[in-house]
Design a protein around this ligand. Structure first.
Ligand code: ZN
Length: 273
């Protein structure tokens, strides 16, 4: 016997309410335990099939949602930057307006001055304002070039965002359709699964869950098929096959550790509705 064998526990008849137990609950045979385990496996495999059918879609939707959110943040940042530069342009345009008003004021004052010193001083102020205007115009020109560049980037980002958003909607719809199609069935199967697992003792159930989570195809209980393990397809020695059919204890595959059942168990479960 391999050390991975799951031993069927010795059923205790003397417990604190042993009377009630012996009266109401007859000992569960190994055969019945195997039927219950395989029944659970059969239901869980159907749930697995639904999940395969749904496939990678939930992950794809999640990835797209993340990407769209990232693009949205980037677009917002670019638009903020663009707004800032546009704000700088209008600030400078206002500055130019103010400088021109100042120049007009100085020119008006020049008409009324009484000496050359005052006149020259105003001329200097006017020159200074003109220099300020030239500088502001230069900065505006630079900012406008920056704006053109940023606008191109914003457009590109917006285009990419719109495209991804469309992809997301398509994928979401696909996923919703598949979920709607399979949801009812899956819920019923989940109910069946938890009902089936209630009949199984804790220790066997945790062994089942452990084997199932360790196997890629989710199979923890497999039938013997043409002398081989239905999980890993390694052949099972004849003596072991006899042990499996005798239902004296729960036997696992020597190679993959899955619980093995014979045709009797298989047919019991498959004939149920
Ligand atoms: Zn195996």
């Amino acid at each position: 016997m391999a050390k991975t064998d799951v031993k069927a526990p010795v059923t205790k008849t003397s417990s604190e309410n042993g009377k009630a137990r012996t009266a109401l609950k007859p000992e569960i045979t190994v055969a019945e335990k195997l039927v219950e385990l395989f029944r659970l496996q059969h239901v869980d495999s159907q749930v697995d099939r639904i999940k395969v059918q749904r496939g990678e879609l939930p992950l794809e939707v999640q990835d797209l949602e993340d990407e769209v959110a990232g693009l949205e943040t980037r677009l917002k940042k670019l638009q903020d930057e663009l707004g800032e530069v546009e704000g700088q342009v209008s600030d400078r345009q206002n500055m130019i307006k103010e400088a021109k008003a100042q120049i007009k004021k100085y020119e008006a004052q020049q008409a009324k001055v009484r000496n050359n010193r005052e006149y020259d001083s105003l001329t200097k102020e006017i020159e200074f304002q003109n220099l300020e205007i030239q500088l502001a115009e230069k900065r505006i020109k630079e900012a406008k070039a920056q704006i053109d560049g940023k606008k191109a980037v914003v457009d590109e980002s917006k285009h990419k965002y719109d495209e991804r958003q469309k992809d997301l909607e398509v994928k979401k719809k696909e996923l919703d359709d598949i979920i709607a199609e399979t949801e009812k069935e899956e819920k019923e199967l989940q109910k069946k699964s938890s009902a089936a697992s209630k009949h199984i003792e804790e220790r066997l159930l945790s062994a089942y869950n452990r084997i199932r989570s360790n196997s890629r195809n989710g199979l923890a209980v497999v039938p013997v098929e043409r002398g081989s393990c239905g999980g890993c397809f390694n052949s099972i020695p004849p003596q072991r096959q006899l042990d499996i059919s005798s239902h004296k204890k729960i036997i696992v595959c020597e190679h993959c550790g899955r619980i093995l059942v014979d045709d009797y168990v298989l047919e019991r479960v498959m004939s149920e509705k």
